[in-house]
Design a protein around this ligand. Structure first.
Ligand SMILES: Nc1ncnc2c1ncn2[C@@H]1O[C@H](COP(=O)(O)OP(=O)(O)O)[C@@H](O)[C@H]1O
Ligand SMILES: CC(=O)N[C@@H](CCC(=O)OP(=O)(O)O)C(=O)O
Length: 315
């Protein structure tokens, strides 16, 4: 006959069992320690693409990840897109969406819609989700405190300069407002609209380009671009082989062959690592907690771009 354990012994056994189930959790946290140590106190610019904002759960998980980084001692800055959301709103207004050189042809009327969707809808939603965790997020657009200044962008298509309306080319970044928010323990959430250096209107800026310019100007440790693919595919659309790591020069050689959405992303990554950012990554924003997965996996997920001559980090 087995003896019934005395109450004190029973409590001891329960505590031991709890310790055993908690151990793997502690090990998981320890695995993240090198990444967290390297990034402690550092600025991380995270670009959340409109195509990655596919459902409510995903957006809520994104907000949790960003808040986690904040509480872990990093300084996250969110730059958001909203391409599909803008196209839908333009459609409702009877305005046809047209892209040239990967950028939205933006008439004066379209610009009003772009601003309404980015600053009034997408940014508000992300700020709301982040602020469910405390008084953390503050939304702004590039217009605020001269954060992003631009002039008219005229891309060349087959050698000819093309007018694509109110699309801006960034000429200056003023990091003052963002740095003040970071110093105050807030999470800035930036919409990619720029003040104009030419007139009193505003410009539509591609959100990847805006995120990369901000990452460089803020001297960020890392630029993370969350999108709707696993990373940079080696031979898109014929294969789904993802390039896991490449240097700035290797990327520069690939740029002329890249298609549509990837062009501003990879140009942005190149700009960032050539201007002081240590790593730029393109990761799959459709995967829940993709930011934390990036931290907690040895090899990282997606595509990582590093400056030339740098071995780069492993995670
Ligand atoms: N080499 C490539 N690797 C991966 N995706 C590519 C590549 N070339 C073009 N793309 C396209 O780029 C898209 C991502 O850009 P985009 O649609 O602008 O997303 P986001 O809203 O996140 O900025 C992918 O869905 C894919 O269709
Ligand atoms: C000039 C230009 O093309 N601007 C983009 C801005 C939003 C954006 O870049 O959103 P994603 O990151 O979701 O693509 C646009 O109007 O769609």
């Amino acid at each position: 006959m087995t003896e019934t354990p005395k109450p004190a012994e029973g409590r001891k056994q329960q505590a031991t069992a709890r310790k055993h189930t908690a151990l793997p959790k502690a090990q998981t946290l320890i695995e993240a320690l090198p990444w967290l140590t390297r990034h402690h106190g550092k600025t991380v610019v995270i670009k959340f693409g409109g195509n990655a904002m596919i459902d409510e759960e995903l957006k809520a998980a994104f907000a949790q990840d960003v808040v986690f980084l904040h509480h872990a001692g990093l300084k996250p800055v969110v730059v958001h897109g909203g391409g599909p959301q803008i196209s839908k709103a333009l459609d409702r207004h009877g305005i046809v969406s047209e892209f040239k050189a990967g950028l939205r042809v933006t008439t004066e009327d379209a610009m009003d819609v772009v601003r309404m969707v980015l600053a009034g809808q997408v940014q508000r939603e992300l700020v709301g989700l982040l602020n469910q965790h405390g008084p953390l997020a503050v939304g702004l657009t590039g217009e605020d405190a001269h954060t992003i200044t631009a002039t008219k962008h005229q891309p060349r298509i087959e050698g000819e300069l093309v007018d694509i309306g109110r699309v801006g080319e960034i000429t200056e970044i003023d990091t003052g407002a963002i740095e003040a928010l970071l110093a105050d323990g807030r999470i800035p959430v930036v919409s990619s609209i720029a003040r104009s250096q030419d007139d009193h209107h505003v410009y539509n800026v591609n959100a990847d380009t805006a995120a990369a310019a901000l990452a460089a100007a803020l001297d960020a440790e890392t630029l993370m671009v969350l999108t709707d693919v696993e990373g940079l595919y080696e031979d898109w659309p014929n294969s789904d082989e993802v390039i896991s790591r490449l240097t700035a020069s290797e990327l520069e050689k690939l740029l002329p062959d890249l298609a549509s959405g990837m062009v501003p992303k990879m140009e942005g990554c190149l700009h960032a690592v050539r201007n002081g950012v240590h790593t730029a990554r393109v990761i799959d924003g459709r995967v829940q907690h993709s930011i934390l997965l990036e931290i907690f996996t040895d090899e990282g997920i997606g595509t990582m771009v590093v400056p030339d001559g740098e071995k780069g980090e492993t995670a």
